[in-house]
Design a protein around this ligand. Structure first.
Ligand SMILES: Cc1cc2nc3c(=O)[nH]c(=O)nc-3n(C[C@H](O)[C@H](O)[C@H](O)COP(=O)(O)OP(=O)(O)OC[C@H]3O[C@@H](n4cnc5c(N)ncnc54)[C@H](O)[C@@H]3O)c2cc1C
Length: 414
């Protein structure tokens, strides 16, 4: 790129900072500016629902890079700067504090927004907490100190991780989920039911197929009527009803959006010189030959890195195999690949103590694998499953089923 060219990265999250780092690895002249509405440097979000709430980690422990990194690498990092409008024609971003930023190439990495509540119970909405950033996590942490009973609306990953942290802090926890399983968007039912059992064994009360019928708020406590007519009393309500791509800025703009900003395998959007990466993008995945939107740590990082290369003209298709994890109570859940297209499911492992992994097989190839187990029990096999599926190796059913068979042997045969 021309050394005077300006690359602007919109968003102060994982995709953004890894993209900036990658650009600088290849080009030490081009101007790089990260624009973030947050008032702290980019940090990892996973601890916000886990170790940060339970006071095992401080924010400084999970900042990606410190301020010296940005100054040493000549990366302008603008905090407290919310972009409120964009002019693609003239390549200008407009901020809430009345500044304008010109770009030659723009990377959009604005992440996700929490889904809003059912309008029927919106009267109390402003009193509910939800979790997306460190300030939300601080709020939850502070409110938990004064609360004994907590209701979490939504049995997705973030809701369940908060349920797990609240349980660890000795709170009485209720989780209400409208669907017939927890984490239904991505986790197969059998694994999700094992997870539910662990929560229940630890004292958390989980309601499936249940919605909130009515909420009354008095004297700092809530009376909640559930759709099964049961009434529960809690002193804190947390919403964890999923998230959507943060594309608010691009409403009515000339850029293709459908469940996120549409990008091809090179992270290019439909708008010239505009790229997108991470949670905000619904990207074409050549390996699966379809569009996918992911909300996961590893993807955000790899996608940002891939976008950086393409911005610099190093043509590289994004082909990373999806992988994500969740830690709840004493268990770890991991998912690799996709578990939505298969002709058989093979189960490896019998119980949580040794780990249970479901392999999703199509045409004798692993398409995805999802496991649950006591921490440390499933990571190795999930990692091997990723490698085997990436190489499209034909599997032998009995090897997958046999917990004593080392899956790495399948890779050595190649
Ligand atoms: C509580 C929590 C726990 C999680 N736990 C896990 C986990 O256990 N495992 C896992 O795999 N994944 C987990 N994730 C998901 C993972 O953290 C995300 O997928 C990842 O952070 C996405 O990175 P990103 O860069 O795309 O977006 P983000 O990290 O969300 O960053 C987006 C940034 O853009 C900024 N922004 C947005 N709009 C504007 C604007 N108009 N102007 C300026 N700035 C703007 C936002 O403030 C934010 O700083 C978790 C997420 C959360 C919230």
């Amino acid at each position: 790129m021309n050394s005077k060219e300006k690359i602007v990265i919109l968003g102060g999250g994982q995709s953004a900072v890894y993209a900036a780092k990658e650009i600088r690895n290849y080009d030490n002249k081009v101007e790089i500016t990260i624009i973030s509405e947050e008032n702290v440097l980019a940090y990892e979000r996973p601890p916000l629902s886990k170790e940060y709430i339970t006071n095992k980690k401080k924010l400084d422990d999970f900042i990606f890079f410190n301020s010296e990194f940005y100054s040493k690498n000549n990366i302008n990092y603008l905090k407290n700067t919310k972009i409120i409008n964009i002019d693609f024609q003239n390549k200008i971003l407009f901020s809430q504090n009345n500044n304008q930023f010109l770009y030659d190439k723009l990377l959009v990495a604005t992440g996700s927004l929490n889904r809003k509540i059912d309008p029927n119970i919106k009267n109390n909405y402003n009193k509910f907490l939800s979790l997306r950033n460190n300030e939300d996590s601080d709020n939850i942490k502070n409110k938990l100190k004064e609360s004994k009973k907590v209701l979490i609306i939504g049995g997705g990953f973030i809701g369940l991780e908060i349920a797990s942290s609240a349980n660890e802090l000795d709170k009485e926890v209720y989780v209400v989920e409208m669907n017939d399983q927890l984490m239904g968007r991505s986790i197969p039912k059998k694994i999700s039911n094992l997870c539910k059992k662990i929560h229940e064994e630890n004292g958390n009360k989980i309601y499936l197929n249940t919605t909130i019928k009515k909420i009354n708020f008095y004297n700092n406590s809530y009376e909640i009527k559930l759709s099964n007519e049961e009434i529960i009393f809690v002193d804190l309500v947390i919403l964890g009803i999923g998230s959507i791509a943060n594309t608010e800025l691009f409403k009515n703009k000339d850029i293709k959006i459908d469940n996120g900003i549409i990008t091809n395998e090179y992270c290019e959007t439909s708008q010239k010189d505009v790229y997108a990466a991470g949670d905000v993008s619904n990207f074409f995945h050549p390996f699966y030959n379809k569009y996918i939107r992911l909300e996961s740590y590893q993807h955000a990082q790899n996608h940002g890195i891939c976008a950086a290369k393409n911005i610099l003209g190093i043509k590289e298709a994004y082909n990373s195999i999806p992988w994500m994890w969740s830690d709840q109570l004493n268990i770890n859940i991991q998912l690799t690949g996709l578990c939505d297209d298969f002709d058989e499911i093979l189960q490896r492992g019998e119980n949580i103590e040794e780990g249970v992994i479901d392999f999703f097989i199509k045409d004798k190839e692993i398409k995805g694998a999802c496991g649950i187990g006591v921490k440390g029990k499933i990571g190795r096999d999930i990692k091997l499953a990723s490698k085997i599926l990436e190489k499209k190796l034909k599997i032998n059913v009995s090897n997958i089923l046999d917990k004593n068979f080392n899956l790495s042997k399948m890779l050595k045969k190649v």
